[in-house]
Design a protein around this ligand. Structure first.
Ligand code: NAD
Ligand code: AHE
Ligand code: ZN
Length: 370
């Protein structure tokens, strides 16, 4: 079939909206009509050329929601008409990782996914002249139609609005999951969240859900304060307004350091500050941000010797097929909020505006509605 997609032809260039060819689903695969997709900072990261796994031409996008159109041979858990959220972290329920209680990082298709192809080693997308186009994070939600493996789709309830629940495909689940699944924050905790964007705000709403007493937000952009306060931030720190050392200021503000700190910036200097503002003896720092190729984290080992813990999380530690339908229920039941964070709604033709808004710090989430 033919479909319309925003194609990343090369790093650092705007996406180009065009008609592309899409082959039907093969064994174990599913054709999905994408109804809406968010634009995550990770899409920008890959488009910028900073992603060691970035390859072009590719169809980016990994925060979508849509409807099953056709199932390939052997697909048993989905049927045409089902509402689904694509999963860049699949859940095969069979691999060593899925069977281990301590991780959500299903590895069943990770190597081909990283190469931009389906599990059989080929792409379903191509230009009208036949040139192959790569998939991205196994999702490619910047296309009106896409093909995914069955294990990379969460079936969700049909009364949930696509233009909101698409955000559960990455940002919402990553932020809330980092608190609930990865850090396992206890009631009464003190926490610091670095970066009050599409992920950091969801960390904040996760912290409120978990019953944290103090939620400090740190961002260079003061325009983020209003929204962060709405979601539960109790104190705001703008590093550019702190006299002297940021870490010392945060340790003082949290009466000795935070029980939990979260990096949602992708900046390795910020990651260090996050680790070092965690409480001596027990503070845990969770890295969520994705850092550019070649970037490395550092700290004095003494920081860890004296009891701080440095950890990371992908997709908030969520097992997508199991946990995503539940998070959709939380949204539909009013337990979590999504609507205020979707600050801009765009058409596919205007998708590059979403990247401009992100660069200008004017959006939290831009959502493309097909
Ligand atoms: P975003 O652009 O919406 O938000 C980033 C925020 O960080 C902005 O508010 C910005 O002002 C702030 N910021 C930037 N530099 C800062 C600094 N030095 N000090 C303080 N604040 C600073 O991005 P997002 O969509 O929220 O994504 C955040 C990060 O999380 C990105 O690196 C993204 O790639 C990553 N991410 C990781 C996962 C995962 O599974 N681990 C999932 C989604 C996103
Ligand atoms: N390709 C990058 C790493 C990118 C990365 O860390 N991705 C996160 C999800 S970000 C979603 O917005 C992730 O899930 N990582 C686990 C995985 O297996 O990719 C690089 O540095 O190579
Ligand atoms: Zn993302």
């Amino acid at each position: 079939m033919r479909t319309r997609a925003a194609v990343a032809l090369e790093a650092g260039k705007p996406l180009e909206v065009m008609e592309v060819n899409l082959d039907g689903p093969k064994e174990g695969e599913v054709l999905v009509e994408i109804k809406a997709t968010g634009i995550c900072h990770t899409d920008e990261f890959t488009l910028s050329g900073a992603d060691p796994e970035g390859m072009f031409p590719a169809i980016l996008g990994h925060e979508g929601a849509g409807v099953v159109v056709e199932c390939g041979p052997g697909v048993t858990s989905l049927k045409p008409g089902d509402h689904v959220i694509p999963l860049y972290t699949p859940e095969c329920r069979e691999c060593e990782y899925c069977l281990h209680p301590k991780t959500n990082l299903c590895q069943a298709i990770r190597s081909t996914q990283g190469q931009g192809v389906m599990p059989d080693g080929t792409s379903r997308f191509s230009m009208l002249d036949g040139t192959p186009i790569l998939h991205y994070m196994g999702c490619s939600t910047f296309s009106n139609h896409t093909v995914l493996p069955e294990i990379a789709l969460a079936k969700v309830r049909e009364d949930a609005p696509f233009d909101k629940i698409c955000y559960i495909g990455c940002g919402v689940t990553t932020g809330i999951g980092a608190v609930i699944n990865t850090a396992k924050v206890e009631i009464g905790s003190r926490a610091i969240v670095f970066g009050l964007g599409g992920i950091g705000l969801n960390v904040i709403q996760g912290l409120r859900l978990a019953g944290a007493d103090q939620i400090v937000g740190v961002d260079l952009n003061p325009d983020k304060v209003k929204m962060a306060t709405h979601f539960g931030m109790t104190d705001f720190v703008n590093p550019s307004e702190v006299d002297g050392d940021l870490v010392a200021h945060l340790v003082d503000l949290t009466k000795g350091g935070a029980d939990y700190t979260f990096d949602a910036t992708g900046n390795v200097q910020v990651m260090r500050a996050a680790l070092e503002s965690a409480h001596k003896g027990w503070g845990e720092s969770i890295i969520i941000g994705v850092a550019p190729a070649g970037a490395e984290i550092s700290t004095r080992p003494f920081q860890l010797v004296t009891g701080r813990v440095w950890r990371g999380t992908a997709f908030g530690g969520a097992r997508g097929r199991t946990d995503v339908p539940q998070i959709v229920d939380w949204y539909m039941d009013g337990k979590i909020e999504i609507d205020p964070m979707i600050t801009h709604t765009l058409s596919l033709d205007n998708i590059n505006e979403g990247f401009d808004l992100m660069h200008e710090g004017k959006s939290i989430r831009s959502v493309v509605v097909y």
